[in-house]
Ligand binder design. Structure first.
Ligand SMILES: [Zn+2]
Length: 315
């Protein structure tokens, strides 16, 4: 990394608390102006080894002896130099950029202003796009790379999960969903405070595809499989029900909606409710799958057979 760096400005602009949130360090307990928990640097299990003084903006780990200011923390997490840590922080939090120089980063402020999920100021790196879980779910490497979906092994909220970036309609990342590799709960982990009812997964790519027809599915993997089968105009509800915001987005952005939910009780109920609400307000097709099947379990050929006559804009 190269470039201009203002160490003092970085230290002034970014609090340790903001950076801990950036890394989604789990389980920190707060007592007055102090945080305490497991050390994310050496990934220890002692719950009292890592301590942060929020007033002084410094941290200390009593197990691995790491300690210092916000720059030292990022340098330890990234295993990089202090200078590279400062450059990363400048980049992540847009420090020194004209519109937000010196301003402390506040998700709350952004949220109030826009009435939606605030964009994240970071993207996870070191994501493994070639993890076998993706192959088992029928996701090609090219699709995984395009969606930014892969296994994440580093400390934080998403450790040991398949991370799935969720974008808003402008293509800004607003959250990551973390899929467990096995049957553990929660199946999908989402950050506290994220409102999935305000987003449609994959909306920015569906808009970029330029069709007035959109396919609506339930889940992230349904969406990726349908996209991979050659239908880029697809969004996922991240569930089986349509929120008021999702409904208005669909009606504003598309003329024709193809509903392709799972072939189970929840999917069927969801399809019928969506059909009742959208009926007469757009061109609408409901595809019912056989009981017990969902789009991501179908073969690519089966998805193509199901959708090819229904997705033409000239319909
Ligand atoms: Zn430590």
């Amino acid at each position: 990394m190269s470039g201009w760096v203002d160490f003092a400005a970085v230290k002034r602009a970014v609090s340790l608390e903001t950076v801990l949130r950036h890394y989604q360090v789990p389980g920190l307990r707060r007592r007055r102006n102090r945080l305490q928990g497991c050390c994310p640097i050496h990934r220890g299990e002692r719950e009292d080894s890592f301590r942060v003084d929020l007033d002084k903006n410094v941290f200390r780990c009593f197990s691995c002896q790491a300690g210092g200011n916000v720059l030292a923390f990022v340098a330890a997490m990234e295993r990089c130099s202090i200078r590279d840590a400062a450059l990363r922080l400048q980049h992540w939090f847009s420090i020194g950029m004209p519109d937000r120089s010196w301003a402390p980063v506040s998700a709350q402020l952004v949220r109030k202003k826009e009435g939606g999920n605030p964009p994240l100021h970071f993207a996870l790196t070191n994501v493994d796009y070639a993890h076998r879980y993706l192959a088992e779910r029928g996701i090609d490497r090219a699709t995984a790379v395009e969606f930014g979906v892969g296994f994440y092994a580093r400390p934080g909220l998403m450790i040991g999960r398949i991370v799935i970036p969720i974008h808003n309609g402008r293509g800004e990342i607003v959250a990551y969903a973390g899929r467990a590799l096995d049957d553990r709960a929660p199946k999908y982990k989402l950050p506290t405070g994220f409102h999935k009812s305000l987003e449609l997964f994959n909306l920015h790519r569906a808009l970029a595809a330029g069709n007035k027809t959109v396919i609506v599915v339930e889940g992230y993997f349904d969406c990726m499989r349908v996209h991979q089968a050659g239908f880029p105009g697809v969004v996922a509800l991240m569930g089986a029900s349509l929120s008021p915001r999702q409904e208005s987005t669909l009606l504003e952005r598309f003329d024709r909606v193809i509903v392709l939910l799972d072939g189970d009780a929840a999917g069927l109920a969801g399809s019928r409710s969506i059909a009742a609400r959208l009926s007469g307000r757009c061109s609408l097709v409901t595809v019912e799958l056989p009981d017990g099947t969902q789009p991501d379990q179908l073969s690519t050929t089966a998805i193509q057979e199901l959708l090819k006559h229904r997705t033409s804009d000239s319909f």
